[in-house]
Design a binder for this molecule. Structure first.
Ligand code: IPM
Ligand code: MN
Length: 359
């Protein structure tokens, strides 16, 4: 298969983890005779620095003319210390998601047996956890009207949803549930919010088209507790943009590190694959960042293009790295392995089909 992939590695640790993801894609291309062509483009703080804009037109055009996008990380503490700054790196990613219509963000959450003790949550609680967050990505409070008054004493962010936005992601969630344990949990705050009541109404109606799938509705405050006390109950967790952002970071503690968490952002036409973690500027250039989130995002990319064998191979190679303790310091305090070494191990494992490495 020929694929042209835009590489938007962004800020902080973005470039170094994305480099490992590229290595892994190159290894897959070599073993399976695919041709993956990479084209780099600017986004985020680095793009502001070089062009004045967090999402330069050139980057957007490239993304519209490629088969898929590999995204690294975005942000710079410089902007966090100036809350009045009108221009922020994050706008680049938000604008890209909107422009490309990437309405569904899919985030798998899993407990790895070998890392069971890396999580602060008890082993008995998290063992066997395997669920997927379906986060709506183009609406809600992220994109509603924003206002502040001139004195800087008032601010508002409007939370808005229309039926169509809810319908689109819900179908994806129910279809995914049909291939899994056939349960969708809609997470909302329908006891307080109008938008949540709309979600419940729309999703309950859609559920009738999927009689083999059970729909459960749960308030977000309760869900944030249930993720920690009984995570095995979830199969597909369907929710809005803001709740999905928060709950998926929370759920990452089950796996042991946010550095393991991958995601796919899908639209009708475009697709983007990104780790869920941020730019982690303190670690930049230190060769300590965990590249697995980025590498597992590659597995999601391959699966998206129907390359299931290749995708499974990437996941198997990641699991091999974990089982052999080739993991970064976020997972093992005294680890001898850095970002590069983990990337090398995984790509070499793929190149040698595992054989040479473990004889
Ligand atoms: C994420 C990130 C982004 C978000 C930021 C960087 C805008 O936290 O992908 O989860 O809030 O969606
Ligand atoms: Mn987030």
């Amino acid at each position: 298969m020929n694929l042209k992939i835009a590489v938007l590695s962004g800020d902080g640790i973005g470039p170094e983890v994305t480099l490992q993801a590229k290595k892994v894609l190159q290894a897959i291309a070599f073993v399976h005779q695919h041709e993956f062509i990479f084209e780099d483009a600017l986004i985020g703080a680095i793009a502001i620095e070089k062009t004045g804009k967090p999402l330069p037109e050139q980057t957007l055009n490239l993304c519209k003319n490629t088969d898929s996008i590999l995204f690294g990380a975005i942000g710079d503490p410089k902007y966090d210390s100036d809350p009045t700054s009108k221009i922020r790196p994050e706008q680049g990613l938000l604008q890209l998601r909107k422009e490309l219509g990437l309405f569904a963000n899919i985030r798998p959450i899993k407990a790895y047996p070998k890392l069971i003790n890396s999580s602060p949550v008890k082993k008995e609680v998290i063992e066997g956890t395997d669920f997927v967050v379906f986060r709506e990505l183009n609406g809600g409070m992220y994109f509603g009207k924003k206002t502040t008054n001139d004195e800087g004493t008032y601010a508002s962010d409007l939370c808005e949803y229309n039926e169509d936005e809810i319908v689109k992601i819900s179908h994806l969630a129910f279809k995914a549930a049909q291939t899994r344990r056939k349960k969708v949990t809609l997470v909302d705050k329908a006891n307080v919010l109008e938008t949540s009541r709309l979600w419940r109404k729309v999703v309950t109606k859609i559920a009738q088209e999927y009689p083999d799938v059970t729909l459960e509705c749960m308030y977000v405050d309760n869900a944030s507790m249930q993720i920690i006390v009984n995570p095995r109950q979830f199969d597909i967790l369907l929710t809005d943009n803001l709740f999905g952002d928060i709950l998926s970071d929370e759920a990452s503690v089950i796996s042991g590190s946010i550095g393991l968490m991958s995601s796919a952002s899908l639209g009708e036409k475009y697709s983007l694959f990104e780790p869920i973690h941020g730019c982690y500027t303190e670690a930049k250039g230190k060769n300590i960042a965990n590249p697995i989130a980025s590498i597992l995002s590659v597995a999601l990319l391959l699966e998206h293009f129907g390359l299931d064998v290749e995708s499974k191979k990437v996941i198997a190679a990641v699991e091999k790295a974990i089982v052999n303790n080739v993991i970064t310091v976020d997972l093992k305090v005294d680890s001898q392995f850095g970002t590069n070494e983990v990337g090398d191990f995984i790509s070499n494992y793929i190149l040698n089909e595992g054989d040479l490495y473990f004889k």
